[in-house]
Design a protein around this ligand. Structure first.
Ligand code: PHE
Ligand code: FE
Length: 288
């Protein structure tokens, strides 16, 4: 998500900038295409149907980095959302304000060819390929608006940390149960070829049924594959569980702290598969 830092001089008051689509080089468009092809090899049988149909609906398969204005016109017709360009991570309040107004802020830069597997700051590939397809689903689109409004509220409670865990374990790293088994809808997973396979097939991580309170009490990893994935039954379940709950008392209870470590399995969990944690115990991506 986001941090606090100073606004670059070329950014507007709301931190948006022009995408500068014409300035992308052939090499940059090619980076998009290489990643797109790489991901589609693993995602056609692993991503949620709503993600895959979202890619189609927005013509993201056409090749090259999409032009935000063109894509936003198509997206707006479906769910009222638009994609706006930002220089990178933006302050929390700015981020939430955009979401609450159906604007998804996306970085306009793309990773270098030697960073195909891992980047620290979300680029246009993660932000657009990862997040935007799900915004074509009406229920998920409304969830993201509610999240933005809830985010503004969490800042007044100093409880961003617990709300950030919700974003992390759903929007970024969520799995969903479907007729064809578990599928991925989280943007952080679908934009990583390796984690797309790991999240569904590796014996290491726990896969646990979504439980709002449990999840908001759980710390998470930002530097490696997740040690636990939470599985929703439907976007409606996610929307209802979060919108129908007043987070005020929850925030007061949690005091901005986490009770559970990323790898914990707790007594109340509905466990889908208990992980061995072999990957993390070997040292994860830093293993020799
Ligand atoms: N219900 C939350 C609150 O009371 C707001 C929210 C809705 C947060 C949906 C996230 C997702 O603050
Ligand atoms: Fe993201």
């Amino acid at each position: 998500m986001s941090n606090q830092f100073t606004k670059p001089p070329h950014a507007r008051q709301d931190w948006t900038i022009d995408q500068g689509w014409r300035a992308y080089t052939d090499e940059e468009h090619k980076t998009w295409d290489v990643l797109y092809q790489l991901l589609m090899k693993v995602l056609t049988t692993r991503a949620a149907p709503e993600f895959l149909s979202g890619l189609e609906a927005l013509d993201l398969h056409r090749g090259g980095i999409p032009e935000f204005e063109r894509m936003s016109d198509e997206l707006e017709a479906l769910t009222g959302w638009r994609v706006v360009a930002v220089p990178g991570l933006v302050p929390d309040e700015v981020f939430f304000e955009h979401l609450a107004n159906r604007r998804f802020p996306a970085g306009n830069f793309i990773r270098k060819p030697d960073q195909l597997d891992y980047i620290q700051e979300p680029d246009v590939f993660h932000d657009v390929f990862g997040h935007v397809p799900m915004l074509t689903d009406p229920v998920f689109a409304d969830y993201m608006v509610a999240y933005g409004e809830g985010g503004l509220r969490s800042l007044r409670h100093a409880s961003l940390k617990n709300l950030a865990a919700l974003y992390w374990y759903t929007v970024e790293f969520g799995l969903i149960q479907t007729n064809q088994g578990l599928r991925i809808y989280g943007a952080g997973i679908v934009s990583s070829p390796a984690e797309s396979v790991f999240s569904l097939e590796d014996p290491s991580p726990n896969r646990v049924a979504f439980d709002l309170r449990r999840l908001m009490r759980t710390d998470y990893r930002i530097d490696d594959f997740q040690q636990t994935y939470f599985v929703i039954e439907s976007y409606d379940q996610l929307f209802r569980a979060t919108v129908d709950t007043d987070f005020g008392p929850l925030y007061a209870d949690l005091q901005g702290e986490f009770d559970f470590k990323p790898e914990d399995v707790v007594a109340t969990d509905k466990v889908i598969s208990k992980g061995t944690q072999a990957y993390a115990n070997k040292g994860g991506r830093f293993a020799a």
